[in-house]
Design a protein around this ligand. Structure first.
Ligand SMILES: Nc1ncnc2c1ncn2[C@@H]1O[C@H](COP(=O)(O)OP(=O)(O)OP(=O)(O)O)[C@@H](O)[C@H]1O
Ligand SMILES: C[C@@](O)(CCO)CC(=O)[O-]
Ligand SMILES: [Mg+2]
Length: 328
């Protein structure tokens, strides 16, 4: 069995706007997805995804026209559940030239699904890395990130940036603008995450923003303003100015909210964090439900969030310096 892991991420700034060529700054955090891959002697794909519970089911399925996943769920839910892994395995076949190869794949993840912490990117990065290594090919981080991006791009109907996958593959803090992806220095930030227990559908949320942007010039301007926040944020990061970072995160959240990707529980958690004295707080990732990220060096925000109705989990997140990790 060949095993790789890859980290999730939070966005300090720039999600959604990054899809339209504005810069974004995500940071990898120490929550990981681990993917184990073993070559089969037929061309089937069997995936055991232990933590894949969409509406409370766990799925195990084998590929090939004759088999469908061994769960009682609708086709569309199954598609949503399995498409990232299927598409990652297609990348492995393409990059190694072994079109007919089959695999047993086991996924274990500490990253909540669809909650803005980049579970899809982490699973895809770890799966492509383990899959290619199982066939004797070790990809450079840049190539791994590019292949993982193609997977997200395909699954999300052509609406994906390179931010999540590059961040998960390389670790640390990164800056992504179009196809320009680079690592940047970041101070050790006091990140606190609040999770409402829910999820948002990335594809749908991205489409909603796209529609607004096409319909209203001020929505397009809002996306441009998020780009300005990111550029200011980069300076604040370089200066280690946490207070300014917090102010900019608050502003970024307001604009994401204007673009319709916040939710009542995300707003509740953002305000609980601000009331507790956080430097700033914003939703992270696609939104619609899931996680917020706040900056607070004290215990106050984590404590306040843990008593906030609608917040299911509050925890401190460490920056993950290492991206993909080759375990076995
Ligand atoms: N543990 C897992 N096992 C198998 N598939 C997973 C797992 N975690 C995530 N996935 C895949 O990723 C999908 C969720 O990706 P989605 O982009 O909607 O959310 P996210 O990546 O967690 O959040 P965001 O993109 O906003 O940061 C799941 O529907 C599933 O296809
Ligand atoms: C909403 C989005 O910007 C981030 C999702 O984590 C989509 C993307 O960049 O592909
Ligand atoms: Mg995702």
């Amino acid at each position: 069995m060949t095993v790789s892991s890859a980290p999730g991420k939070v966005y300090l700034f720039g999600e959604h706007a990054v899809v339209y060529g504005e810069p974004a700054v995500p940071c990898a955090i120490e929550v990981r997805a681990r993917v184990g891959v073993e070559r089969r002697d037929d061309s089937k794909l069997r995936v055991h995804a232990e933590d894949l519970s969409l509406d409370g089911f766990t799925v195990e399925y084998g590929g090939g026209a004759d088999e469908r996943p061994d769960v009682n769920a609708s086709e569309s839910l199954l598609m949503a559940a399995t498409q990232y892994v299927d598409s990652a395995i297609e990348q492995v076949r393409e990059v190694t030239g072994e079109d007919e190869v089959g695999f047993d794949v086991t996924i274990e993840s500490d990253i909540p699904l669809g909650a803005g912490l980049g579970s899809s990117a982490a699973v895809v990065v770890a799966a492509i890395d383990a899959g290619t290594r199982a066939l004797g090919t070790t990809l450079e981080p840049a190539e791994l990130a590019e292949r993982a991006y193609r997977t997200e791009h395909e699954v999300q109907d052509g609406q994906a940036s390179r931010a999540d996958t590059f961040c998960s593959a390389t670790g640390g803090a990164v800056r992504v603008e179009g196809d320009d992806c680079r690592s940047i220095d970041a101070p050790d930030l006091p990140l606190v995450i609040g999770f409402d227990g829910g999820a948002g559908e990335t594809g749908e949320l991205v489409s909603g923003v796209r529609t607004l942007r096409e319909e209203y010039e001020f929505a397009a301007d809002t996306i441009g303003a998020i780009g300005d926040i990111v550029r200011n944020g980069e300076e604040a990061l370089a200066d280690g100015d946490t207070a300014e970072l917090g102010r900019l995160m608050n502003f970024n959240h307001g604009l994401l909210s204007a673009l319709g990707v916040s939710s009542r529980s995300l707003e509740t958690m953002v305000w609980a964090a601000r009331d507790a004295g956080a430097h700033g707080a914003k939703l992270t990732g696609a939104g619609g439900g899931g996680c917020i990220v706040a900056l607070d060096p004290t215990e106050e925000t984590e404590t306040a969030l843990s008593f906030t109705p609608g917040c299911e989990d509050a925890f401190r997140a460490e920056l993950a310096e290492e991206g993909v990790r080759r375990i076995e």
